[in-house]
Design a protein around this ligand. Structure first.
Ligand SMILES: Cc1ncc(COP(=O)(O)O)c(C=O)c1O
Length: 483
C-alpha cells in the first residue's frame, strides 16, 4: 500500500495555521465581548452531542477551516458557559484574556517540565510565580509551591506526604498491608476530595473520620480532640487533619489556629483546603481568613477558581517539600541529569511525571491585573454577595441559611401552602425554573437536611446588574410557585 505523498506528512502548513488561528482568535474575542450571547446552562439532553459526532474516526484529512466551521453546531450547543456572567453555580472558574493567551502559548511550546533540564523556564517560572502568590496571600517564607492540576491532586499529594511523615511507617516501600491502621480527620463539611485521597492512599473511607461542625458549619475542635483520643485508645494511628478555609457548601472557615495548635500537640500533619477561599487573602482586608494557616504543613489554593486562570491550575504550598519529595521521588537512570542537585525537578513533587507549563498563564494573569487588580476584583465579588444577602434578608419569603464569609450566599424560599416535607421539592423547582431561563445558573446543597440554593459570585465578568437579574428571576419564579 502506498502511503500519503511525502509533502502531506508533518504538520498542516503554517500559512493555513496562521489564517485559521487569526479567525479563531477573532471568534474568541467576540465570545469574550458578548459573554451573554449563549444560554449559560446547556439545554441539551444526555446523548444529544454524541449523536452529532461520527461514530468512527475520519479516514482522510479534512481542512482546518471546515473543522472549525463545525464548532457552532457540533460543540457550542452542548457547552455550559462557565465564562457567562450569570454563572453562579458551584465555584466559578472563569478564563481571563491573559489567561487564555498563556494557555495558548503553553500549547504552542508544548514543553514537558518534568525535569529542570527539559525546560528550565517551566521550572523556574513556576517556582518564582508561586512565590509571588505566597507573598500576595500573606503566607510566610518557607512555603514552597508546586502546581498540580486540581485541588484533588494537591490534597492527594499533601496527604501522601503526611503518610510518609508517620514515624516508623514505611508505606512507600512496604505498602500498608499488615501495618498500622491510619486515621485522618476533616469536618463533616469538608470536600469529598479528602475522602477520595483516603481511598487512593489505602487509608480507606473508614479511615477518614468526619468531625461534626458547630451551628455555623465550622469544625468542632473539642470533638476533633475527643476523636483523636478515642482512636489512639483503640490502637489506631492518627496522622493528619484537613482544615477547610471556605467549605464547598457554605464557605465556612474552620478554626485553623486552634486546629493547628492541636495538630502541633498531637504531632499530626495539618493540611489546609483553601481551594476557593484562599484567593480572598489576596485582598489585604481579607487576610484574616488564613489566620493560623502559617502553621500548616501544606495548603491548597486553586487559581482556576477565583484568580481568573483558565482550568486547570491548582497550587500546593508546603512547608515540608523534603517530605513531599521523599514520598514521590523516584529516579531511574533515564531521568538522571547533571543538574539534579542544583535545581528542582518538579516531577518529584506529585504523581505525574509529565508536567504542563501551567505557570505561564498564571504569570500572565498576575502581571496583567497586578496584585491590586486581583484584590479589587475579589473585593467586588464579596461586595456583590453582601448586597445579594441583604436583598434575601429583606424579603420575608426567603431565608439565609448560613453565614456568608466570602462571596457565596446559601438561601431558600418558603412556600406557606406546602407542608414541611415538600419545601425541598419546591426549592428544587425554583432553581430549575431560574436556570431554565438561560440567564443564570445556580446550584444547590443540603444544610442540616434541608435543600439550600447557592448564589456563588466569583466570575470575572459578573457585574451588579447580573446579580440583580438573578434576584429578579428568583423573586419572579418564587412568586409563581407560591412562595
Ligand atoms: C473546598 C474544595 N476543595 C477541593 C475542591 C476540589 O477542587 P478540584 O476540582 O480542583 O479538584 C473543591 C471543588 O469545588 C472545593 O470546593
Amino acid at each position: 500500500v502506498n502511503g500519503p505523498p511525502k509533502d502531506a506528512l508533518g504538520d498542516v502548513d503554517v500559512e493555513t495555521f496562521r489564517r485559521e488561528a487569526h479567525r479563531l482568535v477573532d471568534w474568541i474575542a467576540t465570545y469574550l465581548a458578548e459573554p451573554e450571547r449563549y444560554p449559560v446552562l446547556s439545554p441539551l439532553a444526555p446523548g444529544d452531542v454524541r449523536r452529532l459526532i461520527p461514530t468512527t474516526a475520519p479516514r482522510s484529512a479534512e481542512p482546518l477551516a471546515r473543522i472549525l466551521d463545525d464548532v457552532p453546531q457540533a460543540v457550542l450547543p452542548g457547552v455550559t458557559h462557565w465564562n457567562h456572567p450569570g454563572f453562579f453555580a458551584y465555584f466559578a472558574s472563569s478564563a481571563s484574556g491573559p489567561g487564555i493567551l498563556g494557555e495558548m502559548l503553553t500549547a504552542a511550546l508544548s514543553v514537558n517540565g518534568m525535569l529542570w533540564k527539559t525546560s528550565p523556564a517551566a521550572t523556574e517560572m513556576e517556582v518564582a510565580v508561586l512565590d509571588w502568590v505566597r507573598q500576595m496571600m500573606g503566607l510566610p517564607e518557607g512555603f514552597f509551591g508546586v502546581i498540580q492540576d486540581t485541588a484533588s491532586a494537591s490534597t492527594l499529594v499533601a496527604l501522601a506526604a503526611a503518610r510518609e511523615a508517620v514515624p516508623g511507617l514505611d508505606a512507600r516501600r512496604q505498602g500498608l498491608v499488615g501495618q498500622a491502621r491510619l486515621r485522618m480527620y476533616a469536618s463533616a463539611e469538608a470536600h469529598s476530595s479528602i475522602e477520595k485521597a483516603g481511598i487512593v492512599l489505602g487509608i480507606g473511607q473508614d479511615g477518614c473520620r468526619k468531625i461534626p461542625v458547630d451551628d455555623t458549619f465550622r469544625m468542632d475542635v473539642a470533638a476533633l480532640r475527643q476523636a483523636i483520643d478515642e482512636d489512639r485508645a483503640a490502637g489506631l494511628t492518627p496522622f493528619a487533619v484537613t482544615a477547610s478555609v471556605g467549605t464547598t457548601s457554605t464557605t465556612s472557615i474552620d478554626p485553623v489556629r486552634e486546629v493547628a495548635q492541636l495538630c502541633a500537640r498531637e504531632r499530626l500533619w495539618l493540611h489546609v483546603d483553601a481551594a476557593y477561599g484562599g484567593s480572598a487573602a489576596l485582598d489585604p482586608g481579607m487576610r484574616h481568613v488564613l489566620d493560623g494557616a502559617e502553621a500548616a504543613d501544606s495548603l491548597v489554593v486553586n487559581p482556576h477558581k477565583w484568580m481568573f486562570v483558565p482550568l486547570d491550575l491548582s497550587v500546593l504550598f508546603t512547608r515540608r517539600p523534603d517530605v513531599v519529595r521523599a514520598a514521590f521521588s523516584i529516579l531511574p537512570e533515564y531521568l538522571r541529569t547533571a543538574e539534579e542537585t542544583a535545581a528542582p525537578n518538579l516531577m518529584d513533587y506529585g504523581v505525574s511525571l509529565g508536567r504542563r507549563f501551567r505557570a505561564l498563564k498564571l504569570w500572565m494573569v498576575l502581571r496583567a491585573f497586578g496584585h491590586e487588580g486581583m484584590a479589587a476584583r475579589i473585593r467586588e465579588h464579596i461586595r456583590l454577595a453582601r448586597e445579594f444577602e441583604g436583598w434575601v434578608r429583606a424579603d420575608e419569603r426567603f431565608e439565609v441559611m448560613a453565614p456568608a464569609p466570602f462571596s457565596v450566599v446559601c438561601f431558600r424560599g418558603g412556600f406557606p401552602a406546602l407542608p414541611a416535607g415538600e419545601q425541598d421539592a419546591a426549592n428544587q423547582r425554583l432553581m430549575d425554573a431560574v436556570n431554565a431561563t438561560g440567564q443564570v445558573y445556580l446550584s444547590h446543597t443540603r444544610l442540616r437536611g434541608r435543600l439550600a440554593l447557592r448564589m456563588a459570585i466569583a466570575n470575572l465578568r459578573t457585574q451588579e446588574r447580573h446579580v440583580r437579574r438573578a434576584w429578579e428571576l428568583l423573586q419572579r419564579e418564587a412568586g409563581r410557585l407560591g412562595a
